[in-house]
Design a protein around this ligand. Sequence first.
Ligand code: PLP
Length: 394
Amino acid sequence: MTQIKIPMSSPDLTDADRQAVIEVINTPNLSMGKWTPAFEKTFCDLTGVNHAIAVNSGTAGLHLCVRAAGIGAGDLVITTPFSFVASSNALLFEGAIPVFVDIDPRTGNINPELVADAAKNIEKYLPRTLRNTQYVTRKESSSKLKAILPVDVFGQPADMDAINVVAKEHRLKVIEDSCEALGATYKGKQAGTLGDFGVFAFYPNKQITTGEGGVIITNDDEAAHFMRALRNQGRAPGDTWLQHTHLGYNYRIDEMSAAMGASQMSRLDSILSKREQVAAWYESRLAEIPGVEVPFIESFTTRMSWFVYVIRFDKKINRDDMAKRLDARGIPVRPYFLPIHLQPYMVEKFGWHEGDFPVTEDLGKRGLAIPFSGVMTEEQVDYVCSIIREETIT
Ligand SMILES: *Cc1c(COP(=O)(O)O)cnc(C)c1O
């Protein structure tokens, strides 16, 4: 049998997208030109939000939200250990402390009941290394609690209504990490619009790509102006090129990336539909394989924006062995996610260990992302599923 080479992920680009980039590189305006605002406008149009700020990565976007939310050294933020590390790192950049709570075993999203309990009893959720410090009393800890940072895992929105109830009661900011969920909807509302800030990302495995890039959305005028200034080396409106009101960064997106992104945004719906089709092909073939669980979609997820396709193996099947066997047969796969609290630098700083977040750890041990993109064909899906079936049954 001939082996088909199937990539882990592929961008979904057209000649129009390529042409958009070529047009930019035939002009002298490779940064800070017209494409950045044009790209930003596509996000206001999609989400109905007042401000969109394009940056050069999703991580940069999260970092600017942390600054705009006024989260600083020693502040506490409730977030999830089942995510890509950037969601927690954005807090660490400012010396803030991620306070992890465990997740819903079906979706992998942060568990809103635990968020509510953590907001009430924050001292019980502190990382080990903070337990004999100034934070130890409830009063000290609650005064440091500033925000909730949920993640829309694998393209499915977190239970944002429940999270917002907690945020309102405890006066916390909400930063929605929608880096995996562009175009998803929750009870009919766009992902990224459900907290004070939302962030999207465009690395080549995401739904749309700009090579590297990200966008922040918010309705907070003051925060938006501040984040635009921080993105551009801290230059506030009225500052000259060498005047810097704030400590800023170079988080600008370039014009080639913005033009490429704007071109894809004009057909976002079709990009997402193609991914939906691939996910449906997978589901129909994988659901009947014993020992393989397909993704669970909540009833409040009114549109899933498929980012990766993560299956879970039954406890009887060793995921790591399975990953090796699939890889040996030419199927690229990736464990998703390795829990954040067990990453070496997190263990060193906060003293987390195995057993601290059992649901996150369980999903982290059983989940495997298989090849997925909007340009996969039904034959490729068939091929991947037939190999998974063979390897699962033998
Ligand atoms: C992709 C992603 C990001 C941001 O990634 P960048 O590579 O910096 O664009 C942040 N959070 C999550 C959950 C992601 O999946």
